[in-house]
Design a protein around this ligand. Structure first.
Ligand SMILES: [Zn+2]
Ligand SMILES: [Zn+2]
Length: 301
């Protein structure tokens, strides 16, 4: 039986006849929906405590959207980036002074939430950092570098960054966002978290990549490696007996793989949540020698 397709609110009123190149995030609902998906995936899952923590974190992100100041984009910087074929949000990072304050709000909120001992200890370590140490971690995570000895702290830092970047991305004009480099987010320059075949009414069965930082979706050729961009030697792997809404696209050209989600089969599927929940697929692929080419700040190491 095919699941009913729920129209994505992003598309209401938008009917150009062509799949749009980018779909901007909806910060007012993005993280709340993700929290619900994390919770739905916890049932009888091996990673239940971790998925539960990520649901709490996503709820805190949604709350942060309402309690922190909205990013202010400098239009001249955005325009200059487009002129030089640069991602418009990458130029904003240096100028951003409100992310440390957002991170402090997030830490304060989570400190009042009952957490398991592991996440609680990481949060305490993050809270105890001075501004210089926390700033260095922020800068590192923004560049996609996750210190192995601070993965839990980096996940919280990344959560704050996502809120800022998703809100900033939501202010872009989707009509002028263009490809900067194949396989790289055209808005912020980060790597994708996963690929998705969507059932959205304005782009049925189209393929999109979801950004691991700013959460935009951008249209991508259906059978093509997201890392080395070859269209040859691509195949798909699934775990037998698991739901058919998740596969991995593997590339013989570079030996890499990316998760491939079937949103047209499971409308509530989420690139971040379902990627973490399908960690078993990563384990199997790594045993076969494939290397992961996408980034999920909640699934590093
Ligand atoms: Zn991005
Ligand atoms: Zn490849």
């Amino acid at each position: 039986m095919v699941s009913p397709v729920v129209p994505a609110p992003e598309f209401i009123g938008l009917n150009t006849g062509e799949p749009p190149f980018v779909v901007l995030p909806r910060p007012d609902v993005l993280f709340g929906r993700r929290a619900a998906r994390f919770r739905a995936l916890t049932l009888a899952h091996q990673l239940e405590p971790y998925l539960n923590f990520l649901a709490i974190l996503a709820d805190a992100q949604q709350k942060l959207v309402g309690t922190s100041a909205a990013p202010v984009l400098v239009q001249a910087d955005v325009d200059r980036a487009y002129e030089h074929t640069m991602p418009p949000l990458s130029t904003q990072i240096a100028a951003v002074t409100d992310i440390p304050a957002m991170l402090a709000l997030l830490i304060a909120d989570l400190s009042e939430t009952p957490l398991d001992p592991g996440p609680k200890a990481a949060l305490d370590r993050l809270a105890a950092m001075d501004s210089e140490e926390r700033g260095a971690l922020l800068a590192s995570v923004a560049e996609g570098a996750f210190p192995l000895e601070q993965l839990a702290e980096a996940a919280v830092v990344s959560a704050a960054l996502q809120v800022w970047f998703a809100r900033a991305a939501a202010q872009l004009d989707p009509a002028v966002v263009k490809t900067v480099e194949e396989g790289i987010c055209p808005a912020c320059g980060s790597a994708p978290v996963a690929s998705m075949i969507v059932g959205w009414p304005q782009a049925p069965n189209s393929r999109y990549l979801c950004c691991s930082l700013c959460n935009i979706y951008w249209n991508y050729v259906r059978v093509k490696c997201t890392a080395c961009t070859t269209t040859q030697g691509i195949s798909y792997r699934m775990i037998e007996g698991q739901p058919d809404d998740m596969a991995a696209e593997v590339c013989e050209g570079c030996g890499g793989y990316a998760k491939h989600l079937m949103q047209h089969k499971t409308p509530s599927i989420d690139p971040f949540a379902d990627d973490v929940a399908s960690y078993g697929l990563d384990v199997l692929l790594r045993e076969e020698g494939w290397k992961r080419t996408t980034i999920n700040p909640f699934l590093v190491g």
